[in-house]
Write a protein that binds this ligand. Structure first.
Ligand code: UDX
Length: 437
């Protein structure tokens, strides 16, 4: 059955969820207080780089199921459920998510409601947020609002797919009417095989943070194994493959790299560790994962320095700045730390990324940017791959080698076929396996 919903916040999560709910047949109004943003979306400009999103927004607008407004009150009054999808950036001092925007939207919703309304947190919020919202509702008389936690599990670059083909839908509410409405909203996905889990808000909030912390743990674990493999002469990809054959472990999220980044993993693991400490139940594994991932980035700088015999005066070409391929996002990208450390060590860095250079420029000073991937090789003592953009695999390495001062390729994503590097005359330093020098 089609429902009327509002999604407040037209950032990454809000826009994806709004457009996808419209695709499920609901009537969706997306709200943002930024009139310029709404105007540009209405003019067909999607503010983020996300495959499939632009087509989806265009189609759903044309179908009349997706509209945009700056008027929160009107959108709330027209809706059975209001999703909060505003940002929760880390506070500079603690790293905890800043809930100012979430609480401001909640207050605006509570000011506007005129009938039973489900208030849903879609933004990733720390455990206990639903209780805080419920307390705010209790402070007011005569409003009928049910708080519900419904975390998103969207990967950047796969967000539309991850929504429309969700493995799981987690709903946390203490109100039966809210749980029923959420089930009805997601019915088309449930009928296609998505698993619905209905629980309390606290459990739902923790599922999100625990999932991200656990996935971070897998990555930090395999990155530590990669460093060990280099010391003892093993091959981390084969170790991961062997581990993954055990169905209890599984093969996914065991790919070594320069460290995990992005807007979720680093922030969520830190928020969870802080919340756990506050609750008097510290999470030593999660805390270790955080420091392991930080340490790993420094270890990668040492690996680069070792491959070129020290950093001072070296020219390093960097391929990839985004925290992963398929996105222009550089938030918490390991490249930011690694490049800064290279520069601090006296190296001259030229970097290229097919999507993320504009976002990187304000954050990475004192480096050069290349217009083409192959240009980073110019006069370089080494080229380092930090992001697994598929096009880097197919570069003309022989031509690049001809431009380099020294023929060194440090592949921290294990992207390049060793035979191709060898055929081009490059000494290849992969991650977690023997170098081919
Ligand atoms: C993640 C979660 O996957 C998603 O469910 C959640 O809602 C938001 O956070 P995202 O940040 O888009 O999504 O990226 P993801 O593809 O999960 O990768 C996160 C980081 O881990 C990247 O830096 C990536 O390069 C790294 N990674 C991932 C590895 O180094 N190895 C792996 O095997 C997998």
């Amino acid at each position: 059955m089609p429902h009327r919903i509002a999604v407040v916040g037209t950032g990454y999560v809000g826009l994806v969820c709004g457009a996808c709910f419209a695709r499920l047949g609901h009537s969706v109004v997306c709200v943002d207080r930024d009139a310029g943003k709404i105007a540009s979306i209405e003019a067909g400009e999607i503010p983020i780089f996300e495959p499939g999103l632009e087509d989806l927004v265009t189609a759903e607008r044309a179908a009349g199921r997706l509209t945009f407004t700056t008027d929160t009150a009107a959108a709330v009054r027209a809706s059975e459920a209001v999703f909060i999808a505003v940002g929760t950036p880390p506070e500079p001092k603690t790293g905890n998510p800043d809930l100012t925007a979430v609480m401001a939207v909640a207050d605006a919703v509570l000011d506007a409601v005129d009938g039973f309304t489900v208030l849903v947190t879609k933004s990733t919020v720390p455990v206990g947020t639903a209780r805080r919202l419920e307390a705010r509702i209790l402070e007011r008389q005569g409003i009928d609002v049910a708080v519900t936690s419904n975390p998103e599990f969207l990967r950047e670059g796969n967000a539309v797919h991850d929504f429309l083909e969700a493995e799981r839908i987690v709903v946390g509410s203490r109100d039966r009417r809210a749980a029923d409405l959420m089930e009805s909203l997601y019915r088309p996905l449930i009928d296609r095989g998505s698993v619905l889990m209905v629980t309390t808000p606290e459990t739902s909030e923790l599922v999100k943070h625990a999932s991200n912390a656990f996935l971070s743990t897998k990555i930090a674990f395999i990155n530590e194994m990669a460093r060990l493999c280099e010391k003892v002469g093993a091959d981390v990809e084969m170790v991961a493959h062997g581990m993954g054959l055990d169905a209890r472990i599984g093969p996914r999220f065991l790919k070594p790299g320069p460290g995990y980044g992005g807007s979720c993993f680093p922030k969520d693991a830190l928020a969870l560790a802080n919340a756990a400490r506050d609750a008097g139940s510290p999470l030593s594994i999660v805390e270790t994962v955080l420091s392991s991932n930080n340490w790993h980035k420094h270890a990668m700088v040492t690996k680069i320095a070792d491959a070129v015999g020290g950093l001072d005066g070296r020219r390093i070409g960097v391929l990839g700045i985004a925290f992963k391929s398929g996105t222009d996002d550089v938030r918490e990208a390991p490249a930011l730390t690694i490049i800064s450390e290279l520069v601090k060590g006296g190296a001259r860095v030229t970097a290229f990324d097919p999507q993320a250079m504009e976002n990187a420029r304000p954050l990475l000073n004192g480096i050069g940017y290349a217009e083409q991937a192959a240009e980073v090789a110019e006069g370089a003592d080494a080229v380092v791959i930090l992001t697994e953009w598929p096009e880097f695999r197919d570069l003309d390495f022989a031509a690049m080698r001809a431009r380099m001062r020294r023929p060194v390729l440090i592949d921290l994503r294990n992207l390049v076929e060793p035979d191709r590097a060898e055929a081009a005359g490059l000494a290849l330093h992969p991650l977690g396996k023997a170098a081919r020098i």
